[in-house]
Ligand binder design. Sequence first.
Ligand code: 6GU
Length: 243
Amino acid sequence: MKFYILTILPGYFEGPFKVGILGKAVERGHVKIEVINIRDFADDPHKTVDDLPYGGGEGMVLKPEPIVRAIESVKNKDKKQRVIAMTPAGRLLNQKIVRELSEFDEIIILCGRYEGIDERVLEHFCDDLISIGDYVLTGGEAAAIVLIDAVSRFVPGVVGNRKCVEEDSFSRGLLDYPQWTRPAVFRGIPVPDVLLSGNHKEIRKWRIMKSIERTLKRRPEIIREELLTDEEIEILKKLKDKF
Ligand code: 6GU
């Protein structure tokens, strides 16, 4: 899977893809990242990428010409590509969208800055507009890293254990169950007894219960009963009465 990042802040991406699971994925060639400086496609001596907004108002708007030339420089009809603009005005990213995007060969990500991007770019040269949440960032760069991280997990070879990818929170509308490790007592706080019992049937059931319990408490809106097993639905019904 290849990601092109179109940005006016190429320096932003110097660190994140060198470390951790993503760093390893890039090193092994499962994930390819190419950062493109939009400013390289400006055609005036000052390398201008922004201009005043028509109609007046605060801030500057990214000009269409350099961005569209940058997009066209990476377009390739032989690849299954998606052009995505990162903007708080986009649709909200979720795990379903992440999984769908992982089916493409190449994703071209346009990072917004300043007050916005000329609407003609978004409407006529992008396939999708994506936001990562209901808050405002100084630009789309941090959001692009979030998107690449989440999509890369679905690329074969990136996450060692496929089961981890498929069974994670959100794939079935339940938050993950909580985890503990040694020591058995930390600053007087013990690990739940059941986890030390060695009774794997009990542990499995207890984990389902904790998973449903914290989802009801923190994110009740993500629960999708149609994706749950009969056992889970039964536990859900019992716990619902408590909340
Ligand atoms: Cl994609 N961009 C910006 N600037 N702010 C955001 C965002 C994106 N998603 C949430 N907030």
